[in-house]
Write a protein that binds this ligand. Structure first.
Ligand SMILES: [Zn+2]
Length: 468
């Protein structure tokens, strides 16, 4: 059994019988029914949202597909009504303000027991990767008790691993200093933040041996760049605050993915990236004792078969404060039907492909932020960028603001950017498309403030801050 399976087995309390897919499915079914009953009884939101629905309708896992979805708009509008406990029992509230959106921020509430589930997940998920005695530098917000960084550090402590909470990378020089002093074998961080660190700081190869990038979507181009610069291994953790932070972690057995990269990948139109650096595709395994994951058609809401792409929807199975039933993430992926080379009976979710909302139509083609990510991030002096589509005389204009390293020359960068954009077929085919490129040598954080008015509304995507 893998570490994740051992943990799930211990949690579902069937020690007398071995873990099998059937045992896990039966457990999930039971928990789904309990969750529906609990929510209808305790939460004002679900009482009206699930009017006419009952746990008696769920006799197989597939039966959940007739239940209504919950959305981030529901959370924005009615977060307190979601609560299944009194407000006194809430240990932590997380506020997520997505820039560029109007209206209320998203507020999520967790009880002590809910937070305990996250700590427990981090302890067990990380135990498959990190050895006791190793140091992990956590480049996530961690100052507040029970914030993302703090929960991970608490999880690591349970497996005798030292988690050093650094916080998000505000000053790369200071972060690099800490790395040189502490010599952590592991980094946990947000993709563009770790990339900026790698591309601007002279950190000797051999210190950082492994990285876990945690985000809703991890560009492969960033994974490749980091593996090359530091000669390390990069793993992907997919999670979000709504999931209770922890979600799915990349299988530790490399190369156990779906085979051909880009096969049937509807989100991206980019060709194989230019570098030949081998990067096996590896799927994610989920904390299936706590989350039930579905893939649905984003337009019709119908369930998708294994192997088909769609939107990731999840239901929490063990949460108390604010359970989520069929929560639409907006993220896109698929289940891979083949079994995993690690031998697990857990499902395999392909690497998340980005968000549906980060795509726009250009003539007959679709341009996605993932296309831009994979094309632009291989440029060695690029630290981050923002992209927006505007209209000029009824023609589309792609406006890109690139944050680049000090010391790089404008003309060289502009040529590289043009070459990179020309790799994207949606851009090549759009004869009427104009492209505006701005270069900026400020740090991305400072620059966001300066450029925030105007650019913000037109974003295809601004990077979501998904952790607090
Ligand atoms: Zn696996």
């Amino acid at each position: 059994m893998t570490k994740l399976e051992q943990w799930i087995h211990s949690k579902i309390n069937t020690a007398s019988q071995p873990l099998s897919r059937e045992v896990l499915d039966a457990y999930q079914l039971e928990k789904l029914r309990e969750t529906v009953d609990f929510c209808r009884e305790k939460s004002p939101f679900y009482r009206s949202h699930l009017k006419g629905f009952s746990s008696r309708q769920i006799s197989t896992l597939d039966d959940l597909s007739v239940f209504p979805f919950t959305t981030s708009q529901d959370i924005r509008d009615k977060s307190l009504q979601f609560l299944c406990v009194s407000q006194d029992e809430i240990q932590r509230a997380v506020t997520l303000q997505t820039s560029g959106t109007t209206g209320n921020p998203k507020r999520l509430y967790f009880t002590r027991q809910d937070l305990e589930l996250s700590i427990d997940f981090f302890a067990h998920a990380m135990s498959a990767f990190v050895r006791s005695g190793e140091k992990v530098l956590i480049l996530l917000p961690g100052e507040k008790p029970d914030s993302a960084g703090d929960l991970i550090a608490k999880g690591l402590e349970r497996i005798q691993v030292k988690g050093l909470i650094h916080g998000i990378v505000k000053d790369p020089e200071r972060t690099a200093e800490e790395i040189k002093i502490e010599q952590p074998a592991w980094l946990i961080g947000i993709p563009t933040q770790v990339l900026r660190l790698a591309r601007t700081q002279d950190i000797p190869e051999g210190i950082i041996r492994n990285i876990i990038l945690t985000a809703d979507y991890v560009p492969l181009a960033i994974v490749r760049a980091l593996e090359e610069i530091w000669n390390c291994q990069v793993f992907n953790h997919y999670g979000m605050s709504e999931m209770g932070l922890g979600g799915g972690i990349e299988c530790g057995v490399r190369g156990s993915g779906s085979g051909v990269r880009g096969e049937n990948m509807p989100l991206t139109s980019h060709p194989e990236p230019r570098t030949s650096h081998p990067l096996p595709l590896t799927p994610l395994h989920f904390r299936e004792a706590d989350l039930y994951v579905e893939i649905i058609d984003p337009h019709t809401g119908d369930p998708k078969r294994d192997g088909d792409f769609g939107e990731i929807v999840f239901t929490t199975l063990t949460r108390n404060g604010m359970p989520l039933i069929r929560y639409r993430t907006g993220d896109m992926s698929r289940f891979l039907p083949e079994s995993c080379s690690c031998g697990t009976l857990l499902k395999r979710l392909e690497r998340v492909q980005g968000r549906f909302s980060n795509r726009i139509r250009l003539g007959a083609d679709i341009l996605s932020m993932a296309d831009l990510d994979e094309a632009l991030f291989p440029i060695p002096d690029l630290l981050d960028y923002q992209a927006a589509i505007t209209q000029e005389n009824h023609n589309p204009v792609l406006q890109i603001l690139l944050y680049i390293k000090n010391g790089s020359t404008d003309s060289q960068i502009l040529t590289q950017v043009q070459d990179a954009l020309n790799q994207i077929s949606a851009i090549r085919n759009a004869s009427e498309l104009k492209i505006g490129i701005d270069l900026c040598r400020d740090t991305p954080a400072d620059c966001l403030c300066r450029h925030s008015t105007g650019v913000e509304k037109r974003m295809i995507r601004k990077r979501r801050l998904i952790y607090e």
